[in-house]
Design a protein around this ligand. Structure first.
Ligand code: GUN
Length: 283
């Protein structure tokens, strides 16, 4: 039997539609700061701007040169923190090599009330508490949860295995699944006997950044498989972190790449912009 394909475009459209009245009423504004012109970032940003335009959310793409020094970036962040017209902003990652080591310091400079990526220590720390405090959660984990909810896939009591422990996907997703009563295992490059762990997953999340890393012999029959990977092949085709064609014959549900997690990430970012505006109005 072939798996249900979890259509991120459809689920994202529903989420965005639900945000439209608030966007119309509150008129929030998103600013996307890009340093340099990294190819993958260009395409992510294009998608974000297009989606904002489609639902009537004001968005500005602020481009800084590749060689921007750290003090200029801090100045830009400070200006955005103070700008009353900017509801929220994101600094597109990865930063150019000369700034990369400073990534945690760069995020520390962002006002948590405008941190619509949910990457500051304050917003990440809040998600540790419970679902009620997930006000501005990181967009990709939040998008995965929203996709599971859209398809009414239960989380409580399930064994979720996440392959990948990044600060923006694996780690926060583990916490958000725990908040929803899953039992969570986080695997990474040093995990021993990975296959034994993934084979026990009811919900398997691949977020490693290696094309087709998760193969069908690593998946339990009937598992739900979420593919966070966006890997560009030499032919410019985008492939995920899972072997989609083989796994869809075993899994009960699976996300395609593209068209799975990606659109949900964008929709969750936009939800954060709306929430940030709502919060700012109340303080
Ligand atoms: N680069 C890849 N994904 C993301 C994201 O969600 N936010 C930012 N700021 N940069 C990214």
């Amino acid at each position: 039997m072939s798996a249900t394909i979890l259509d991120g475009n459809k689920a994202a459209e529903a989420l965005l539609e639900s945000l439209k009245p608030s966007i119309k009423k509150l008129k929030p504004k998103l600013v996307i700061v890009q340093i340099g012109k990294e190819a993958a970032s260009m395409s992510y940003i294009k998608k974000k701007i297009e989606t904002c335009a489609k639902i009537g959310l004001e968005a500005e793409h602020r481009e800084l040169p590749f060689e921007t020094p750290i003090d200029k970036l801090f100045q830009t962040i400070e200006d955005l923190n103070r700008d009353p017209k900017t509801t929220g902003f994101i600094i597109q990652l990865p930063l150019p090599p000369h700034l990369r080591q400073a990534t945690p310091l760069v995020f520390r400079a962002i006002d948590p009330r405008k941190d619509v990526d949910g990457f500051t220590a304050y917003n990440l720390g809040k998600i540790f508490l419970s679902t009620e405090f997930e006000t501005l959660p990181p967009a990709t984990p939040a998008g995965i949860i929203a996709l599971l909810e859209y398809y009414k896939i239960p989380i409580a009591g399930k064994h979720a295995v996440i392959v990948g422990r990044s600060n923006i996907v694996g780690k926060p997703l583990a916490i958000m699944l725990l908040n929803r009563d899953a039992t969570v295992t986080v695997c990474h490059s040093k995990t021993s006997d990975l296959r034994q762990k993934t084979l026990d997953a009811d919900l398997l999340v691949a977020a490693v950044g290696i094309p087709k890393f998760v193969t069908n012999d690593m998946v339990k029959k009937g598992a739900v498989v979420i593919d966070v990977g966006v890997n560009r092949t030499e032919t410019e085709k985008i492939v995920g972190d899972t072997d989609f064609d083989a796994i869809k014959e075993i899994a009960s549900a699976i996300t395609p790449v593209p068209g799975g997690v990606g659109p949900m990430t964008v929709a969750s970012l936009i939800r954060n912009v709306v929430r940030a505006k709502e919060q700012q109005k109340n303080t």
